[in-house]
Design a protein around this ligand. Sequence first.
Ligand code: CP
Ligand code: NVA
Length: 299
Amino acid sequence: MTLRHFLSLDDLGADGIRRVIDNAIALKQKPLKKQPFVGRTLGMLFEKASTRTRVSFEAGMTQLGGHAIFLSPGDTQIGRGEPVEDTARVLSRMVDVVMIRNHSHDVLERFAAYSSVPVINGLTDRLHPCQLLADLQTYQEHRGDIAGKTVAWIGDGNNMCHSYLLAARLLGFELRIATPEGYGPNAQILKTCGERAVICEDAPQAADGADLVVTDVWASMGDEADREVRLADFANFQVNKALMSWAKDDALFMHCLPAHRGEEVSAEVIDGPNSVVWDEAENRLHAQKALLLDLLDAG
Ligand code: CP
Ligand code: NVA
């Protein structure tokens, strides 16, 4: 079996993403009768907080007959300075697959370089590819193929925005981005997206005629010290009813959660008829089960 990691959507490629999403939808409709992961273990390293990622991976492994181990720096030797390369070599001799959520994408890549089992990116400062699998699955379930559609990204040019840029290039949709000045996406990642990405003057321009409107917190994990400054800087970038009125009438609204009502999104939008955030959260479970089966050549 060839060793495959999932550090970025590029590791699956367009065909792989479509395959995993189709399988996620199938698993959701009809759970597997067999348990392909009996005796298999997922190691989960969390340097940052999580609700959805932890629970969806852990529940997913249980449903597939396997087991998941939660590890954090505070109660492992990682927190006492054991080199990431050493942790990778040790863990991968004991578990079948590893999921990591950490600050630095470079550290994730160093871990993967020394791991003998698949490594999954559970969110870094740069990318959150597992969330995109769930978002793309949710779009497909509600509206069909996302190719050729228009997606508006409103708010911070963060790890989620970067992941949408990669998805736009791979799956062929237009990503219109509206961020406050100084909060745009990483220039290198933006460049790889080519003509699929359009930087907009303001939020209404990005939302104009959009099929899907997406936002995320204004202060990601690690940005908490700037929170007050960010609240002021992002004031014109709230997804509210007025902004949604620029999008198509049947436009969907997504947010990876956790959300802050009254900041990046108004309660009437996130709790309103166009919002699919609960399906989106549930789909973390189905998409990651399909991803695990794919990376471990099981199922
Ligand atoms: N969306 C997401 O990754 O949620 P958690 O931070 O709760 O895992
Ligand atoms: N951009 C957010 C996503 C949380 C799931 C963060 O990195 O904190």
